[in-house]
Design a protein around this ligand. Structure first.
Ligand code: NAD
Ligand code: WQD
Length: 336
């Protein structure tokens, strides 16, 4: 089976490509390297002994993308390619709407033209906004998003749902990821650190661990949680990657044409718990100070994953401790 993976050299995409190759899928990657490194393809080869077909293309470039659909006989699409920073999207919403919505629209138009009937879409827990009901189930209200980035995820879910209603044999699954962390246990692929100051908790902690930043600012000490810091559901990226294989299999069994699944661990951890676990697993002190809450942050977010467990037979297997060891193992190798 030939799978087109958009954004396949990115953080989650590269781990998913590894799992696909390990399961003998034929993989075609489209990526423009706007947030990934060229050496990822070599690392994928080092891990799997296989080389996916690669096209350096912007998915917003319809004509170039069409050449891929014309040349390759694609059976299914896993669509990761997107810009992903909520904060950046507030500064430049147009960039996010163009890249994430127009890009997706091109994919869908070409899928129709070349009779590709299955797609898995990278959605996000951000579509739930500040849900008061935890653990969060898939039937929770969505769309109360705080950023244009979140809006692109919400709109794409609506677009997919609508399209599956209009077209009889077109099937789509939206996967709502909670907080992906960690790296491949080989330490060869992981999440690259930006040159500037990261917004993301783990990338910030890794910079503190590398002594590139002096201490972590913990946003808020007055949330209604055991230690006052916010609670999230941190899922190992390899578990997340495997969720895409489960979803590909489920597409063929599905009775409806559209479905949506949470991918998380089902467990919530505070920021302080995560810091303490990182310190214990990696034997590195992470100095931190509490500061004001970050505007737009939700208090508590963790997934109810029983739907993915039951219908797709998928379970997260790694713990937060495993993910924090793997994240540091990757960061150390990159530093060295
Ligand atoms: P990432 O930035 O590491 O990967 C995205 C990849 O897409 C990159 O390789 C980038 O170069 C590529 N890309 C972006 N725009 C493109 C375009 N126009 N044409 C071709 N390639 C393009 O991000 P990630 O963390 O791997 O996230 C993958 C997907 O999962 C994204 O859709 C993201 O919104 C979603 N998601 C991520 C998280 C998270 O915390 N990492 C959480 C929820 C959802
Ligand atoms: C995690 C926790 C912070 C940084 C984001 C997106 C979401 C999804 C996942 C894409 C929170 C705290 C953080 C720091 C801190 N991505 N924190 N100090 O905000 O849960 O979700 O990534 O779809 O859409 O919004 O992730 O890693 O930024 O924060 O105390 O320097 O860490 O307050 O409790 P978040 P995060």
């Amino acid at each position: 089976m030939k799978v087109l993976v958009t954004g396949g050299t990115g953080f989650i995409g590269s781990h998913t490509v590894v799992e696909l190759l390990n399961k003998n899928y034929e993989v075609i990657i489209v990526d423009n390297y706007c947030n990934s490194k060229r050496n990822v393809l070599h690392k994928i080869y080092q891990i799997t002994g296989k080389s996916p077909t690669f096209y350096e293309i912007n998915i917003c470039d319809f004509n170039s993308l069409e050449k891929v659909f014309k040349k390759e006989k694609i059976d299914a699409v896993i669509h990761f390619a997107a810009l992903k920073s909520g904060a950046d999207s507030i500064k430049d919403p147009g960039l996010y709407y163009t890249n994430n919505i127009e890009g997706t629209y091109n994919i869908l138009k070409l899928m129709k033209k070349y009779s590709v009937k299955k797609i898995i879409f990278s959605s996000s827990a951000t579509v739930y906004g500040d849900s008061q009901n935890v653990p969060i189930k898939e039937n929770e209200t969505i769309g109360n998003v705080i950023s244009p980035y979140g809006m692109t995820k919400y709109l794409t879910e609506l677009l997919l749902e609508n399209k599956t209603k209009q077209t009889n044999d077109f099937k789509a699954i939206s996967l709502r990821y909670f907080n992906p962390i960690g790296a491949h246990p080989s330490g060869l692929i992981g999440e690259d650190s930006p040159d500037n100051i990261p917004n993301n908790l783990i990338l910030y902690i890794l910079k503190v661990a590398k002594k590139e930043l002096p201490y972590l600012k913990v946003f808020g000490n007055d949330y209604r949680t055991p230690d006052g810091s916010g609670i999230r559901d941190y899922i190992h990226v390899v578990d997340l990657a495997k969720g895409h294989i489960a979803a590909l299999n489920y597409l063929d069994k599905m009775k409806t044409n559209y479905d949506v699944f949470n991918l998380g661990t089902g467990k919530g951890h505070t920021v302080i718990e995560l810091i303490k676990t990182f310190e214990k697993e990696n034997d590195i002190k992470i100095p931190y100070q509490f500061v004001e809450r970050r505007p737009g942050d939700v208090e508590i977010s963790y997934a109810d994953c029983s739907k993915a467990n039951k219908l797709m037979g998928w379970y997260a297997e790694f713990s937060m401790a495993d993910a924090l060891r793997d994240a540091w193992n990757f960061a150390k190798k990159t530093r060295d």
